[in-house]
Design a protein around this ligand. Structure first.
Ligand code: OOG
Ligand code: MG
Length: 243
């Protein structure tokens, strides 16, 4: 079985697999990711955006990986703000606060900052398909950067998001806190980095795309709880996990 098929089956059957011991060549890992996404598209899913990973020191330290990565988001991963999500969809889900950007036009040769037409607080549910949530850099790239689900709060007009306090609450209790400044110093820098990665790995940045800039804090386990990301000055995104 191909690596993409192994990871795709692991996600669909919610059964973790051993690390793939992939070639350190990242271009090869991104080719596996593409094949994995193509399998999802062949089942009728639609691409709705991209996500960055390891843009904050908190995330790099938690996972032992220190290079920026990019993954893809499909419509099947999107969960409505305040909705309930069945935990049986996942293997060992974790959740993290994010800032989402929306592209009002294709990036093409334009400066990405000029293409953003809205910004929102968001949550990402990550769920590594590898046992014990452990992986090498090529492993996690091939596994579409652990992407599993995401929630976008209410879209807001574009504003400065340089240094907004971020809070992650589980059943109303704050479990992580940080700042959008933890995202490469400024979340807009993450978008600039995305442009380079997208060119290198042939990822289109199109009108309507949702871009997750990467978590500002470490991720926490996602259980049968109500989880809320509060980004001061932007609002909240929330989701309820259900058994
Ligand atoms: C990889 C995904 C990282 C982020 O926001 O940094 C990520 C993982 O932690 O399993 O989504
Ligand atoms: Mg993330």
């Amino acid at each position: 079985m191909s690596s993409a098929a192994i990871l795709d089956d692991a996600q669909r059957s919610t059964a973790a697999v051993a690390q793939l011991d992939l070639d350190p060549d990242l271009a090869a890992a991104y080719r596996i990711q593409r094949e994995l996404i193509e399998r999802r598209l062949a089942r009728g899913e639609r691409l709705v955006g991209s996500k960055l990973g390891f843009t904050s020191k908190a995330k790099m330290a938690q996972m032992g990986v220190s290079e920026l990565i990019v993954g893809r988001l499909t419509d099947a991963m999107q969960v409505d703000h305040t909705a309930t999500v069945e935990l049986s969809r996942f293997i060992h889900p974790r959740i993290e606060p994010e800032v989402a950007f929306r592209l009002g036009r294709d990036v093409g040769g334009n400066h990405i900052a000029d293409c953003v037409d809205a910004v929102a607080p968001a949550l990402e549910i990550i769920d590594s398909r590898y046992r014990d949530f452990r992986f090498s850099l090529p492993d996690v790239i091939a596994d579409n950067t652990s992407a599993a689900a995401f929630v976008v709060g209410e879209w807001q007009p574009v504003r400065d998001v340089a240094d907004l306090p971020v809070h992650l609450l589980v059943d109303g209790v704050e479990v992580e806190t940080g700042s959008t400044a933890a995202i490469l110093g400024h979340p807009m820098r993450a978008l600039d980095e995305l442009v380079g990665l997208a060119a290198k790995y042939d990822i289109a940045l199109r009108t309507g795309d949702v871009i997750l800039a990467g978590a500002a804090t470490a991720a926490v386990p996602f259980g049968a709880n109500r989880v809320e990301a509060l980004v001061e000055g932007l609002g909240t995104a929330s989701v309820q996990g259900a058994l």
